[in-house]
Design a protein around this ligand. Structure first.
Ligand code: PEP
Ligand code: MN
Length: 338
């Protein structure tokens, strides 16, 4: 970290800053220029609130040199993280697609959809059993029965299974059934939940909060990594902007930004990212072209009667079409879809 003092500042103010930095445990390297004094502070600044320094008298600017997101950053780990889940490698050359309904609704529904997901090249079955709904009057999910149905359908069709965990109290139950735990947008800053899944070694897909910056999202991932769980997949699922034509604005640029800042794999969710069925495939194409490691997409065989998110769910035939197009795009950017 570097503290730049105001021009021709009095020595007493410089000494005051140096004292503060020493109290914070930093080693000091001072350099006096013609107008500015610059104080280099060497040491671990992960937990430091730089505003404490910015408000000191005579301070012009405080510049962080290392990332506050320590464990998720590229400077901490140069190589891409590849998460191997029963032979499915996430974050490597293969583009991995998770697909399924927003929520599991019945054995028949999930088995029809799981069959289509497998047939058209999906590797992971998605489906919510515990749903974080905006309205308490909306369908809340089937709970444990839903978990059982998801597991049954995934196992039958040799798919991995991802489902959301919305509360600390459900972690052990959901972990019994799921191969990947999803932390939803609304829970991105549920720090207790993040810390608890950090104690596991089960992969976690961490969605970006709908009003969160990329830095906040990376700091959220840090809670999981700090507990020792290195198996974190980030997922861009659309953010709130002033645009209200689509349900959210899928921030495709987050993909190359994350690739630069972090070694963690990144997925996108073009379903929640747009909220409109016919916008899902174009954004899926764009995501893979931008370098996403995978997608999570909603698919339903009867979306008009879906209990949630039917309007943004692809028909199985559309999922097939999307996968064929993505194969071509993946190849063009040096990746593949198996
Ligand atoms: C979901 O995947 O169904 C979901 C609720 O996602 P998000 O947390 O992105 O809204
Ligand atoms: Mn949904």
């Amino acid at each position: 970290m570097v503290v730049v003092m105001e021009p021709k500042v009095q020595e007493v103010k410089i000494q005051n800053v140096i004292e503060h930095l020493k109290e914070m445990g930093f080693e000091i390297h001072r350099s006096d220029g013609v107008t500015h004094t610059i104080i280099g502070a060497i040491g671990d600044k992960t937990g430091i609130d730089i505003r404490q320094l910015e408000i000191l008298e005579g301070v012009h600017e405080v510049i962080r040199i290392t990332d506050p997101n320590k464990l998720s950053s590229r400077s901490f780990k140069k190589e891409d993280t590849i998460i191997d889940i029963n032979g499915v490698k996430i974050g490597g050359d293969e583009v991995v697609v998770a697909a399924g309904p927003c929520a599991v609704e019945s054995r028949e529904q999930i088995s029809i959809i799981a069959k289509a997901v497998k047939k058209y090249g999906g590797k992971i079955l998605r489906g919510g059993a515990f749903k974080p709904r905006t309205s308490p009057y909306s369908f809340q999910g089937m709970g444990e029965t839903g978990l059982k149905l998801l597991r049954e359908a995934a196992t039958k069709h040799e798919l991995l299974m991802i489902t959301e965990v919305i509360d600390v109290s459900q972690i052990s139950l959901v972990s019994e059934y799921a191969d990947i735990l999803q932390i939803g947008a609304r829970n991105m800053q549920n720090f207790m939940l993040l810390a608890e899944v950090g104690k596991l070694r089960k992969p976690v897909l961490l969605k970006r909060g709908m009003s969160s910056t990329i830095k906040e999202w990376l700091m959220a991932s840090e809670y999981i990594l700090k507990g020792g769980n290195q198996n974190v997949i980030l997922c861009e699922r659309g953010i709130r902007t002033f645009e209200d034509y689509t349900r959210n604005t899928l921030d495709i640029s987050a993909v190359p930004v994350i690739k630069k800042l972090s070694h963690l794999p990144i997925f996108t969710d073009p379903s929640h990212g747009t909220g409109i069925r016919d916008k899902v495939i174009p954004m899926a194409r764009a995501s893979i072209a931008a370098g996403a490691d995978g997608l999570i997409v909603e698919v339903h065989h009867d979306p008009d009667h879906a209990k949630s998110d039917g309007a943004q769910s692809l028909y199985p035939e559309q999922f097939d079409e999307m996968m064929k197009e993505l194969q071509i795009i993946a190849k063009a950017v040096g990746r593949f879809i198996d």
